[in-house]
Design a protein around this ligand. Structure first.
Ligand code: FES
Length: 164
């Protein structure tokens, strides 16, 4: 006696299974994209990938360079006391602030917000909190961004994710 199992799948059932699998793949991809957007990859220590911002010679004392850090607008300043880096997304309503050397401030043009270039603290205007500082290191003739000083910063500005 032969033991034989025969599985009969109708064309209609096969089509339903394939549509279900494709739907699962799309739903999984969309869910992963949403999760990555809401919770960017940040380790428990807040450490992220080291990003080269500029060579030391490229940013002379008193000047700046805009860059992107983890997809967010940021600015490197070369102050007399050394290099400083901050997120450049204004803490008021998310405009991009930039270095204004003639006034020695980081300036947000939207509502005239002003920030201290050494600390990121609010000097004047409506911004409710300082610009977020970025830990940097100078090595091998270049300046590298290491991580946000406040590891919760990236999550707190997800609202402004498109601003650069
Ligand atoms: S958005 Fe910068 S001061 Fe309002």
């Amino acid at each position: 006696m032969e033991d034989k199992i025969t599985l009969i799948i109708t064309r209609r059932k096969l089509t339903e299974i394939l549509i279900g699998l494709v739907t699962l793949l799309f739903a999984g991809g969309a869910t992963a994209a949403i999760m990555k957007y809401l919770w960017p990859q940040v380790s428990a220590s807040g450490a992220q990938n080291e990003v080269k911002i500029a060579s030391v010679d490229e940013v002379q004392t008193g000047s700046s360079k805009k860059f992107l850090f983890n997809g967010k607008a940021a600015v490197l300043l070369h102050m007399p006391a050394g290099f400083r880096a901050f997120g450049a997304i204004c803490t008021h309503l998310g405009c991009v602030a930039s270095w204004k050397p003639d006034e020695n401030i980081i300036f947000c043009p939207c509502h005239l917000g002003k920030f201290d270039p050494n600390t990121g603290a609010v000097v004047s205007g409506p911004p409710p909190s300082p610009l977020p500082a970025i830990d940097i290191v100078v090595k091998e003739g270049a300046v590298f961004a290491l991580k946000w000083k406040d590891p919760n910063y990236v999550q707190s500005i997800s609202f402004y994710a498109g601003a650069v």
